[in-house]
Design a protein around this ligand. Structure first.
Ligand code: FAD
Length: 319
């Protein structure tokens, strides 16, 4: 199997076999890691966030010359207000390519259409189209809201058409979410695959995965997706595990159970951070050694942890 086998279109052929090979070669030479595609997820800062720290975060991540950075959107950061402000700041301070997360839960279809126009006008050229989490106890969103990410994909493209002149006939980068460990609401893994296939059919250029704890889950998911006809890149989202509490909290938020193996290692560790980092590096290294061409790091705006993880993987800042 050639190096970079997974790099652009993540092939369907036997990735699980590669895991055994990868395990035999760990720890690896890092020489090939310099070419790894890299992207970061950032969270809009709170209004009272430390300015100096924010500037350090932006400069520190920029130094890796990532392929893009994706900015989340949530109730906590005033939905798209926080996302748009932070993207404006990133655009003012760097040449980073920014992608705005956009969730159906953020507003009615009409409100979302307005936001998409505003974000395009302010320079955003990529979106992560999401449904968002349903309010507790609800099984659908209110009338006037889009119900699924696929509908949002279509809305974004309608507004892209409206703005064809502004975009100089260029295209927005359209991404979507996918779930190596399954989406909590999906009755079967087949439904997850069907949904991913329709996202591809409706124009998604690539997908970013929900966090996962085992490399095998991702590689199996890629293999099954390829067999089902998914051709778009499925970029693995990597969450640095820095403590058991954090892993469990992120697991709950994502509807994924933390595997017993991970719980035990973190519970019994003298140095929880060190043990968590070892697990995260092991996870990411297995993917890279299996030929996966890129990583998307959930930074949680923590520069030091992101740098530590990348450095252990042999990925250093470029400037
Ligand atoms: P969808 O793809 O719409 O799927 C939602 C559920 O409905 C799934 O169970 C799916 O199987 C099912 N489904 C989809 N289409 C149909 C259909 N036509 N008929 C029947 N069932 C269907 N949330 C935020 O609020 N803000 C963020 O910034 C954010 N960033 C994220 C980044 C990444 C990389 C990921 C993976 C998730 C992120 N989320 C974010 C969380 C996401 O919003 C939730 O996981 C949400 O529950 C599902 O979103 P989705 O886009 O996958 O929804």
């Amino acid at each position: 199997m050639t190096e970079g086998h997974f790099s652009s279109r993540l092939s369907a052929s036997a990735p699980l076999d590669l895991l055994d090979e990868a395990a035999e070669t760990l720890p690896t030479e890092h020489t090939h890691r310099a070419g790894t595609a890299l992207s970061f997820e950032l969270i809009p800062p709170r209004h009272d966030a430390d300015e100096a720290k924010l500037n350090d975060l932006i400069a520190g991540l920029n130094a890796y010359e990532p392929d893009y950075v994706a900015v989340t959107s949530s109730h906590r950061s005033g939905w798209l207000e926080g996302t748009a402000d932070f993207i404006a700041r990133l655009n003012a301070q760097t040449n980073l390519r920014t992608i705005a997360h956009l969730a159906c839960t953020a507003g009615t279809e009409e409100e979302l259409a307005d936001w998409i126009r505003r974000l395009i006008h302010s320079g955003v050229r990529g979106f992560l189209a999401l449904r968002g989490d349903l309010p507790e106890g609800e099984t659908s969103l209110p009338d006037g809201y889009l119900q699924y990410a696929t509908q949002l994909l279509t809305l974004i493209q309608d507004i892209e058409d409206e703005n064809a002149y502004r975009l100089a006939a260029g295209k927005l980068a359209l991404s979507v979410a996918c779930y190596p460990s399954g989406h909590a609401e999906s009755a079967t893994p087949d439904l997850d695959l069907d949904v991913l296939l329709s996202k591809q059919r409706l124009g998604a250029d690539f997908a970013i995965t929900q966090l996962f704890f085992e490399a095998e889950d991702y590689l199996r998911f890629v293999e099954q997706s390829r067999m089902a006809g998914v051709r778009i890149p499925l970029i693995p989202g990597i969450m640095p595990m820095t403590s058991l509490k954090r892993a469990q909290r992120m697991g709950v938020l994502s509807g994924i159970e933390v595997p017993e193996r991970v719980v035990e290692k973190l519970q019994n560790a003298e140095d929880e951070y060190e043990a968590g980092m070892e697990l995260t590096v092991e996870l990411a290294a297995k993917l890279l050694d299996a030929g996966v061409g890129g990583l998307h790091i959930y930074t949680h705006n923590n520069l030091a942890v992101t740098q530590d993880l990348l450095s252990r993987l042999g990925i250093e800042p470029k400037n």
